[in-house]
Design a protein around this ligand. Structure first.
Ligand SMILES: [Zn+2]
Length: 114
């Protein structure tokens, strides 16, 4: 089993939360099933489309070559995401960021990394 750094875990946990909030709001009519995040990061209920995206985002985060110097994905010099996925993550972050903010979940917002 892979061992993730604290930084990776924090980011992956955050991606999981954001995708779940987005999916619950945008794909309410689609059947959602449990998505197991790596290690002890828990389970998120999301639709197949979001699961495919989550798979992608998590694998990119695990493979990020800039672990040591990593500032945040927003300011990354590599931008490892494909064009389509970048548009998607921006949409997810904007949508879920707003929702979480309305619910007063500022603990998620302070590390708004995309
Ligand atoms: Zn979805």
């Amino acid at each position: 089993m892979e061992t993730l750094t604290k930084h990776q875990k924090k980011d992956i946990r955050l991606i999981g939360k954001f995708v779940e909030v987005y999916c619950a709001g945008k794909h309410a009519e689609v059947e959602r099933s449990p998505f197991q995040l790596p290690e002890d990061l828990g389970v998120r209920r999301i639709c197949p489309e979001c699961a495919a995206f989550m798979e992608y985002a998590v694998s990119k985060r695990i493979k990020c070559p800039l672990e040591e110097e990593k500032p945040s994905c927003k300011h990354c010099r590599i931008h490892c995401y494909g064009r389509r996925q970048r548009d998607k993550v921006r949409e997810i972050m904007a949508y879920s960021g707003r929702r979480l903010m309305l619910r007063g979940r500022l603990d998620y917002i302070w590390h708004f990394f995309f």
